[in-house]
Design a protein around this ligand. Structure first.
Ligand SMILES: Nc1ncnc2c1ncn2[C@@H]1O[C@H](COP(=O)(O)OP(=O)(O)OP(=O)(O)O)[C@@H](O)[C@H]1O
Length: 264
């Protein structure tokens, strides 16, 4: 484990993310409260006095607590809508906590399939902007430009990097996003489904890069529905179900329980 540089001089493990009894609630404005249904009518009566009947609450993360350490690669699994992306966005500081707390060491970077690149700009411009947005200097971006494009494989079938991002397939765009984010070492790198969209050879490259990023002392979180990706990349897994942390443990143990659950 020492090669991952995940211990402090005294020998203790170094925490990078502490999530303490976290609750996240979305408020959906203008959603109404089920007009036409008896439940909707009742809730309109009940909320008339105090709250706004046009705001519906979605309690997406319910009392989750865990500590992540330097050098760990942690998979997040769970059914659709179980709160995985919400939790990553909260760790990245993009969503406020309803209650509970998130402590992080350094600036966590969230690499999502929806990460904000500019569709009307070329891939080339997005590599530069994305690199700057992640805190690289202009010289660093220039230095790593070729490596990012090569890693993404965008130019394998022609000169696509000089075309606007809107002309890319969703897989190509996801590959470029991953390549930009993976060009830099991160204190805490969070990847949301990015691997699932690439082809097999890109997935292999990404997995190798995630292993390197771990050696560079960061913590990696990976949200995926692909159990194989999780098995190949992570040594610890958090399983969320209906916003609650159902299990936290070694990959093999948690995946086995999850596979039994999903086979039902
Ligand atoms: N912007 C939003 N506004 C309101 N509700 C939201 C919003 N984003 C997510 N939700 C709700 O929060 C809950 C958790 O969603 P989340 O996207 O975190 O789940 P997930 O586990 O990442 O799902 P999936 O595996 O399908 O990507 C769901 O009930 C979802 O409907």
């Amino acid at each position: 484990m020492a090669e991952h540089n995940d211990t402090a001089p005294g020998g203790e493990r170094v925490p990078t993310v502490i999530v303490d009894d976290l609750h996240i609630v979305y408020r959906v404005h203008g959603a109404g409260s089920g007009k036409g249904s008896a439940v909707g009518a009742l809730s309109r009566l009940v909320t008339r006095k105090g709250g706004n009947p046009n705001v519906r609450k979605v309690h997406a993360v319910r009392g989750v607590s865990f500590t992540a350490y330097r050098g760990e690669a942690i998979g997040l699994i769970g059914s659709n809508g179980s709160g995985k992306s919400t939790m990553l966005r909260a760790i990245a500081g993009l969503l406020p906590a309803e209650s509970g707390r998130v402590f992080t060491e350094g600036q966590p970077s969230l690499l999502g399939v929806n990460a904000a690149l500019m569709n009307d700009l070329t891939g080339e411009r997005n590599v530069i902007l994305g690199g700057l947005a992640m805190g690289m200097s202009q010289d660093e971006v220039r230095e790593r430009y070729e490596q990012i494009v090569e890693f993404s494989g965008i130019n394998e079938k022609g000169d696509f990097i000089s075309l606007p991002m809107r002309t890319y397939s969703s897989g190509m765009a996801a590959r470029l996003r991953f390549s930009i984010a993976a060009a830099k070492s991160h204190d805490v790198l969070m990847i949301d489904e990015a691997l699932a969209t690439g082809d097999r050879s890109f997935q292999k490259r990404s997995e190798a890069r995630i292993r390197e990023l771990r050696k560079e002392a960061g913590t990696v979180f990976l949200v995926s529905h692909n159990n194989k990706s999780i098995r190949d990349t992570c040594d610890r897994v958090l399983w969320l179900e209906k916003g609650e942390l159902r299990m936290d443990g070694p990959t093999a143990v948690v995946l086995k329980a999850y596979e039994e659950f999903t086979a039902k």
